[in-house]
Design a protein. Structure first.
Length: 505
């Protein structure tokens, strides 16, 4: 089964339509560029090499930030830490070059003070170069080369423009929106700098994971980021001039402030004109990202991507999730009097998608391992740890012993939720059994009440023939669901294919 299945497992009508993976050739290029530019920078520290190395490091970190939320592998976090050290050291070197450019462009009518600033910048740059050289000498190129060969393959398992990718972008949008609101509420330079970083991360998430949106938004996002970047550069220049207060007298500082402030104000006004009020781009971007039902599906897809890295047979779990959803819908449509939480269906699908992740640590009692791993998993954006506890409990009882009072996993469930967990676990148990026969393809399930046996629930399943050994497995698997619904369950072939009720389980 293709590794793209997690991104489309939720499209139950056509689970074999796959989405193109993210462009891993760009990741390979940026990781390779890091190795090339590290040597080039250390050789002569020319500004364009410093710039290219910073760009490559930032690109690698931005991709790693997103992928670390979807891929359980630890390498993405380690890569971000390894890239952060030289990036931070090169930041001061970059600031020195940028300030020199602004000083030359904004030159005031006072050559001595301008020359004095430039001399100080040369000293600052020299010290920054030494720190950067030390950081680059400690850069682990051997490990980076290994990641260059390993990580693009893992990244290729995440699909571009998928629901999970949209949810990732939505999280970056929320961070950018919060930073934007805070910046224009406080009007501080620090908050504007935080907005620049948040907007940059949003832009990179669009560029890396939503190429279709990037074609529409990319250029404008870069323009806004550049405006905020130039505001930050001017703030850094002014802070430097203030820092040199003993050497730069008040009249000279006033001259510099008189040329810096208008440049800063123009850029802030340009950003404000496009990003505040009725013309703000933020609502436009938000409207194009998941909401309502599509947002809930994106959360499930987020979990499916994670599971696909752990579950040795994820295509089977995807199939079980589809059967579980069919059972859920059929039972509810049959008129069986049950009361369920609002997100019960989503929690059932999540548990079905994740029920076999414990197999990554071995098949023996894997349901207990799955329970632990799901509980420890950071919830998808918009879900809580309590919801993940419910999902873990449903998955825990998809096989093995039934819930009992002495089990820690059972006592951890709030009393008011125990019945719904049992019901959903019973559905998952039955779905797992139905999905265990590789020769049976189930696409429809209809539930209906029957008079014989008295008060029973008949499940008519397309593709099911009533033959062994599946019939015996179903007879055992239905017990938990029967005990929760307080009625016998009969599993029969689809009505138009049935050979009589005697073939039913």
């Amino acid at each position: 089964m293709s590794s793209k299945l997690p991104q489309t497992v939720l499209a139950a009508d056509n689970p074999e339509v796959f989405i193109e993976s993210i462009d891993t050739s760009r990741l390979t290029k940026w990781m390779h560029d890091v190795l090339v530019e590290v040597d080039a920078v250390r050789k002569h520290f020319k500004p364009h090499h410093v710039h290219d190395l910073r760009v490559a490091l930032r690109r690698c970190r931005s991709l790693a930030l997103g992928l670390a939320e979807l891929d359980p592998g630890a390498a993405w976090t380690r890569l971000r830490k390894e890239a952060k050290k030289p990036l931070a050291a090169l930041g001061n070197l970059r600031d020195a070059e940028v300030m020199r450019g602004w000083i030359t462009r904004l030159r005031i009518n006072d050559k001595p003070s301008t020359d004095q600033l430039l001399v100080w910048l040369d000293e600052y740059k020299h010290a920054a170069t030494e720190r950067a050289d030390k950081a680059l000498s400690n850069f682990d190129k051997k490990q980076w080369r290994k990641w260059t060969h390993q990580l693009p393959t893992r990244a290729a398992r995440v699909s571009a423009d998928s629901p999970a990718a949209e949810l990732l972008a939505l999280e970056r949008w929320r961070e950018a929106w919060a930073a934007h609101s805070y910046a224009f509420r406080t009007r501080s330079k620090v908050s504007l700098h935080g907005l620049r970083i948040a907007l940059k991360r949003f832009r990179y998430s669009i560029e890396n994971f939503l190429p279709s949106r990037n074609a529409e938004w990319g250029k404008e996002l870069k323009k806004f980021q550049d405006l905020l970047g130039e505001i930050h550069d001017l703030d850094v220049l002014w802070a430097t001039i203030v820092h040199l207060k003993p050497a730069v007298p008040e009249p000279i500082r006033a001259k510099w402030q008189a040329v810096i402030e208008p440049e800063r104000s123009r850029r802030l006004a340009a950003y404000r004109a496009k990003m505040t009020g009725p013309k703000s781009r933020f609502p436009m971007w938000r409207a194009a990202l998941p909401e309502g039902e599509s947002l809930e599906r994106a959360r499930l897809d987020w979990l499916a991507v994670w599971a696909s890295f752990l579950d040795p047979d994820f295509s089977h779990s995807a199939y079980v999730a589809k059967i579980a959803a069919l059972l859920f819908d059929g039972i509810l449509a049959s008129g069986v009097p049950i009361i369920l939480p609002l997100k019960a269906r989503s929690h059932l699908e999540a548990a079905a998608i994740l029920h076999d992740v414990g197999r990554a640590e071995g098949s023996h009692n894997h349901q207990k391992k799955s329970y632990r791993m799901i509980r420890e998993r950071i919830p998808p954006p918009g879900w809580t740890a309590a919801e993940m506890e419910i999902v873990a409990s449903i998955a825990r009882y998809h096989r093995g012993a039934l819930p009992a009072a002495g089990q820690k996993s059972w006592t951890a469930i709030p009393t008011e939720q125990k019945e719904s967990v049992l019901l959903l676990a019973g559905i998952l148990r039955l779905a797992t059994a139905l999905g265990s026969d590789g020769g049976t393809v189930i696409s429809r399930i209809k539930a209906e009440s029957a008079e014989e046996p008295v008060g029973s629930l008949v499940l008519r399943v397309s593709g099911y023939s009533g033959e062994e050994p599946l019939a015996s497995r179903l007879a055992a698997a239905r017990h938990l669901l029967e005990s929760v619904l307080h009625r016998p369950i009969v599993i029969a072939p689809e009505a138009n294919r049935a050979v009589g009720i005697s073939a039913a389980v």
